[in-house]
Ligand binder design. Structure first.
Ligand code: TYD
Ligand code: MG
Length: 467
């Protein structure tokens, strides 16, 4: 057999595109500076006779299709409920047996911490294998002690050889496996070093094969690295069953776990955790956390209610419109779409008559959430108008509604769920689209006054009236 030749290629760490030359910008996904060097084995050129053997015989196959109706689903049995409710919800009701779950996130965000806590929860019922390629077993032991994780049923191994680890899984058949992290894993038969695209992809595929054949769920940690020096979770997203991202500002104590892909559940759900001295704690009441420390009686702040999956979360929108010294006013938005802010400013100017020319406008969503929903248009407009007029909005008022280009307030989905949340947290008034209001019965919301508005001007008048 001819020997395989090694060749150097360049692989985009964002999307996996390959190129024989180094490129500053990936031609496929357009990302800059993400092409990393990789060594792959060039497949040996088949000899003239060898190529023929690959041609199939017509009409022959070994595949056996199954009738859809004959395939059994024992859904209830095939999920492990972890006991960490925030995680269960994001996973779609627990860990599916045989699934491979990727947890991506920046280094230091808490991936190892949440997985060790998960191991602790599951270890009461199943044996757990924790594979670490980053830390020593002693370090994990110290962390486990700090987190108060039960240690009876958890085995540790510090290694990075994928085939050895797969062998160990096949031999010991644990009930749950954690691989921390994929960037430290290595298939010895592939020439490139660990962390390269080909290593990451191949290692993931091998773990996937073991997970499927033995029905063992495997969690894989994948570091997100902004400078693209190592292959990130993006290159393995299509291989695994579920992709979760662990996000959060490292300066803020809470973290958000978000499903980006889930073959066994919805991708809308988020889980919220608080990073404490004793590991991650679940946040049962996210609205309260988001609204903590809110300033009272100052202009330019308004409360919005966003749907994070099936859960409503109240969040504070802040705006500041100050006189500009520069020839072109400065506008920035953090946690809110920049172009959408421009659009809303144009609507406020043209349809409601508020003049923002010659003013810098800053919009900020407090607490690090990103508000992408149209239901947040109205609170953003009201916060900007409130800042311009220096008119504080009553702190117990929430605003919900989409703003159209005609300055009209349009209806939003799940209004009732949002209002229930506002009522629960103790809000006394809600500015909502009049269209939506017709479908709701006012008496259902005891203590919460519903103010229906059809136009932006009416909504601004409503906050003036509340003074
Ligand atoms: P870690 O899980 O090691 O991050 P990752 O695996 O994503 O790289 O988390 C590290 C950070 O979490 C570190 O900055 C310290 C903090 N931390 C706590 O605040 N409390 C704790 O109980 C633990 C274990 C970690
Ligand atoms: Mg870690």
């Amino acid at each position: 057999m001819p020997k395989e030749k090694l060749k150097t290629i360049y692989v985009c760490t964002q999307c996996g595109e390959t190129s024989p030359r180094w490129l500053g910008r990936c031609p496929s996904c357009g990302a800059w500076n993400t092409m990393a060097e990789d060594v792959v084995a060039e497949p040996a050129k088949p000899s003239a006779g060898g190529a023929r053997t690959a041609v199939r015989t017509p009409g022959q196959t070994s595949l056996q299709p199954l009738k859809l109706k004959n395939i059994s689903t024992t859904e209830e049995k095939s999920r492990i409920v972890t006991g960490i409710q925030e995680l269960d919800r994001v996973l779609g009701g627990g860990i599916v047996l045989g699934s491979v779950i990727l947890i991506g996130g920046e280094p230091g965000i808490g991936k190892s911490t949440i997985l060790l806590q998960l191991c602790g929860e599951v270890s009461g019922r199943r044996s757990v294998l924790y594979v670490t390629g980053e830390e020593s077993v002693r370090q994990i032991k110290l962390r486990a002690l700090r987190l108060g994780v039960p240690q009876e049923n958890i085995s540790l191994v510090a290694d990075g050889d994928v085939d050895e680890i797969c062998g160990l899984i096949e031999q010991t058949k644990p009930g749950l496996v954690v691989i921390d992290s994929i960037q430290t894993m290595r298939c010895t038969d592939i020439a490139s070093s660990s962390g390269t695209v080909s290593q990451v992809k191949e290692s993931t595929s091998r773990f996937l094969a073991v997970a499927k054949s033995l029905e063992i769920p495997i969690f894989i940690v994948g570091h997100v690295n902004k400078d693209g020096a190592i292959a990130g979770p993006k290159v393995m997203e299509h291989i695994v069953d579920t992709v979760l991202y662990f996000e959060g500002d490292k300066t803020l104590p809470y973290r958000v776990l978000r499903a980006v892909k889930n073959r066994y559940g919805s991708t809308n759900e988020i889980g919220m955790f608080d990073m404490t001295g004793k590991g991650l704690e679940q946040i049962d009441n996210p609205s309260q956390v988001m609204l903590e420390g809110r300033p009272v009686g100052i202009s330019g702040t308004c409360v919005a209610c966003v749907m994070e999956g099936t859960r409503p979360v109240l969040s504070e929108v802040q705006a500041l419109a100050g006189k500009t010294a520069a020839p072109a006013p400065r506008r920035t938005a953090s946690g809110f779409d920049y172009n959408r802010m421009y659009l809303l400013l144009a609507v406020l100017e043209r349809r409601a008559g508020y003049d923002f020319s010659g003013r810098d406008v800053y919009v900020n969503i407090v607490g690090g959430l990103r508000l992408d929903e149209t239901a947040c248009d109205l609170p953003v407009c009201l916060a900007m108008a409130s800042s311009l007029l220096d008119l504080p909005i009553d702190e117990k008022t929430v605003a919900i509604g989409e703003v159209g280009l005609g300055g009209e307030i349009r209806s939003v989905p799940h209004l009732e769920t949002r209002l229930r949340e506002a009522q629960r947290v103790g809000f006394t008034a809600a500015i909502v689209p009049r269209h939506n209001l017709k479908l709701l019965e006012a008496r259902e919301f005891a203590g919460l006054k519903l103010i229906g508005v059809s136009y932006l001007r009416e909504a601004v008048n409503a906050i003036k009236l509340k003074q």
